[in-house]
Design a protein around this ligand. Structure first.
Ligand code: XIL
Length: 377
């Protein structure tokens, strides 16, 4: 065999005379490699991570993820905190990091009722602004960010959380000022400002039949009017045994049947008790004061709960793999447990363990299990 035809690895093996010890171990393979023929795997980066300040988290990103989302830094309040003042620094740094590692960037999000400054909906007199003014601000925002990011962002969450759980329109300021055709307007505009990017609708509690149906109807409506929508993002803020996986699978099937891509965009599984007085979901406006009895694992998670978490991840991914033809991406809402918003939502100051990587960026047992499952397909 000619030396030139040998891989670098086999050359090193030959020279070292020690083939066993330098064979790559199974764990050298990341989630993204194991899932490369199925769907992308990713995570949301917070600000310090986006700025490259957390080498441990970046090592997880580079080994396991081929797509990233900014946890907060591409929301309206981050990109245009005051009218006409755009701040792209953190997002740009995150994107540079992605580009250096061939990572698919998801922009989150063009239109949402949260983390959007009040000025967007307010006129000079301090009243709710008229439709034309809000529409003009939406156009300016979307055009500016679309142009700025260009092809560096490959997919956009165009609209986020526009429905209530019962399938009615959310009575947000967008709805109040723009009326019930605003989602269609936003998708039309998105196609104009980000023609190269995939365009998604994103929401939580999409396993609920009424909400699922509302999204199906909306996608069909856009499609029948020739307005481009490429995918539906199922957020995925879950708990141990929540939600009912049959209902969730029904939603994956319903969205796939529309011919759009299906993705899990914000996956995390809280191991903590959900406060009884609240509906589960992902309503970011819930902000409960700490109750110690709902914060049982401050000193570490017991083995039994850890196993339950791993088992639930395995069950969930078994379902994802059954629908790998329809599912294009699974993004975790964070890189490691320490950063996860589940430590401060729906209740402040708790210690949660919802992700696949712990506070030291070490993989939980589920990681290898998920890798093995993907390779058996
Ligand atoms: C969350 C972030 O994780 C938090 O850091 C922030 O304080 C509030 O927003 N649905 C979404 C995400 O679409 O943008 C939210 O992210 C979680 C719920």
């Amino acid at each position: 065999m000619k030396v030139a035809a040998m891989s670098a690895l086999s050359l090193i093996m030959m020279l070292s005379g020690c083939s066993e010890s330098i064979q790559p171990s199974v764990s050298d393979e990341g989630l993204k490699d194991a899932y490369k023929n199925h769907f992308m795997i990713g995570g949301a980066l917070n600000k310090p991570q986006a700025l490259g300040y957390e080498p441990g988290a970046l090592a997880v990103v580079n080994k396991h993820f081929n797509t990233i989302t900014a946890e907060n830094e591409m929301k309206w309040e981050s990109l245009q905190p005051e009218e006409g003042r755009f701040t792209f620094d953190v997002a740009d740094q995150m994107i540079a990091l992605a580009q250096a590692n061939d990572i698919f960037v998801v922009g989150h999000t063009m239109l949402w009722h949260q983390q959007t400054p009040d000025w967007v909906f307010t006129d000079e007199a301090g009243e709710l602004a008229p439709r034309e003014l809000v529409l003009q601000r939406l156009e300016t925002h979307m055009t500016t960010i679309g142009k700025h990011f260009g092809e560096r962002v490959q997919g956009w969450d165009v609209a986020n959380e526009v429905f209530n759980d019962d399938g009615t329109w959310r009575d947000s300021k967008w709805y109040q000022t723009l009326g019930n055709d605003y989602v269609a307007e936003t998708f039309k505009l998105a196609d104009k400002v980000a023609p190269h990017a995939e365009l998604y609708y994103n929401d939580y509690n999409l396993f609920k039949p009424a909400k699922r149906q509302a999204v199906v109807n909306m996608v069909k409506d856009l499609q029948s009017r020739g307005i481009r929508i490429d995918g539906v993002g199922i957020q995925g803020h879950y708990g141990l045994g929540y939600p009912d996986l049959n209902e969730l699978e029904a939603s994956v099937k319903a969205f796939a049947a529309l011919g759009v891509k299906v993705m899990f965009t914000e996956l995390d599984i809280s191991v903590l008790p959900f406060p009884e007085e609240q509906e589960q979901g992902a309503d970011v406006s819930i902000d409960l004061a700490l109750q110690e009895k709902l914060n049982p694992y401050v000193d570490g998670m017991p083995e039994a709960e850890l196993k339950q978490l791993n088992d639930y991840y395995v069950e969930l991914f078994a379902m994802f793999l059954r629908h790998r033809d329809a599912i294009s991406r699974v993004t975790f809402w964070g890189v490691n447990d320490g950063q996860s918003w589940r430590n401060y939502w729906p209740m402040q100051g708790r210690t949660d363990y919802p992700l696949l990587f712990d506070r030291d960026n070490q993989p939980k047992a589920a990681v290898q299990q998920l890798i093995d499952m993907a390779k058996r397909q």
